[in-house]
Design a protein. Structure first.
Length: 164
């Protein structure tokens, strides 16, 4: 399975369009987890083809977490590296601003010319995207992390292991 970066990018565009408060890489990662978890629970299929592992503070996307880390820390990526393609695809939809927060960098996502494309999603996927976005749009990343730890599967999974 390969990460569906077009769906991820359009999900971020949808969040921007719906004015999700404090939208940064951490909050996006957690919202994507909640969407993926609910879609797999309800329909037994993946929405983004992303794997999430249990971290100390919240579920972390494996591929997207790596991509966000490369961008946030301005790391060089070999032109043969598949991650470069994912970064370029993400940047085709969004501009990403790196904001220094002292000990770490935060990513802020900015809409460019591309508009949200609902056609990339099935009706079931869009329903979950819409529901999760609406339900958690004013939550902080910390509050969202707490929501994740209310999920039995997250609590039961050992740190560093795959949740979904």
């Amino acid at each position: 399975m390969e990460l569906n970066i077009a769906k991820v990018s359009n999900t971020i565009l949808y969040m921007i369009k719906n004015k999700v408060a404090g939208l940064n890489d951490k909050k996006i990662s957690i919202l994507l987890f909640l969407m993926e978890y609910n879609h797999q629970k309800d329909f037994n299929t993946s929405m983004f083809n992303e794997t999430f592992i249990k971290d100390t503070r919240n579920p972390e996307p494996v591929i997207l977490g790596d991509i966000f880390n490369i961008i946030a820390n301005d790391k060089d990526v070999d032109e043969e590296d598949e991650r470069l393609y994912i970064i370029q695809e993400l940047l085709a939809y969004l501009d990403i601003e790196i904001i220094s927060k002292g000990k770490y960098n935060e990513l802020k996502f900015i809409k460019m010319e591309e508009d949200f494309d609902k056609d990339l999603f099935t009706n079931d996927e869009f329903e979950i995207l819409s529901k999760i976005t609406k339900q958690y749009k004013v939550h902080t990343a910390r509050n969202l992390a707490n929501v994740c730890f209310d999920i039995e599967k997250v609590r039961q999974t050992p740190k560093g292991e795959v949740i979904i």
